[in-house]
Design a binder for this molecule. Structure first.
Ligand SMILES: [Zn+2]
Length: 215
């Protein structure tokens, strides 16, 4: 696997990205992907030289099935602490999404078809995140309040590296960056503010849930 940035790798589960970060003896994953795809993520950890049993931490941006769905599968081989914001953690522990979807027209049909794919089992969250907190990984990973897509979505910013893990708070379409919007967005106005706040940080690499952007 080729790194996106030194020590940083992309794994994917059909529709969504997970990121594997290796920094000396520390290793972490940001989001774990769809239920049923845990084995694939564990395999990719091994490919980049990590023993999944020794994983340092699991960070979750928000409670959508394509981001936390494989949590129980990953935790079945280790006891890496799981980090999420309080509201998202509550949903993760119930195995549900943190907000209802508001699909219209064709989207309704589409969500109906893909919903079973996204149905995760409940997961355990060990640490509740607070905005502004700096996690002791990769030179300091800052927790950003990026609510909008979901009620308490968070992003992780490695200032030293200029790398932003934005979950679904930034849509990456080709080379274009857009805020979360439409039927899967809890609050579009907040989503737009979170989007602008993150762009103002001038990241050089954006690791998104459904795309990667490099300046
Ligand atoms: Zn999402």
């Amino acid at each position: 696997m080729k790194p996106i940035y030194p020590g940083l790798f992309q794994s994917s589960s059909l529709v969504a990205n997970q990121f594997i970060l290796v920094d000396g003896a520390q290793s972490l994953v940001v989001d774990v992907g769809l239920p049923g795809y845990g084995r694939q993520l564990l395999g990719n950890m091994r490919k980049v030289g990590i023993d999944p049993r020794e994983l340092t931490a699991i960070l979750i941006t928000h409670a959508d099935g394509d981001h936390f769905g494989a949590l129980a599968e990953i935790r079945s081989v280790n006891s890496a602490p799981v980090y999420a914001s309080p509201q998202e953690a509550e949903a993760i522990q119930k195995g549900v999404s943190s907000r209802a979807l508001k699909p219209k027209g064709f989207q309704k049909l589409f969500y109906g078809v893909i919903a079973p794919l996204y149905r995760p089992s409940p997961g355990i969250v060990d640490h509740l995140l607070e905005a502004g907190q700096i996690l002791p990984f990769w030179g300091g990973l800052e927790v950003l309040d990026t609510r909008g897509h979901t009620p308490q979505h968070v992003s992780f910013f490695a200032r030293e590296h200029g790398v932003l893990f934005s979950g679904d708070s930034i849509q990456i379409v080709g080379n274009k960056l857009l805020p979360s919007s439409g039927g899967n967005t809890w609050d579009e106005e907040l989503a737009r503010r979170s989007f602008e706040m993150q762009l103002a940080l001038q990241p050089t690499v954006i690791c998104g849930g459904h795309g990667i952007w490099i300046r």
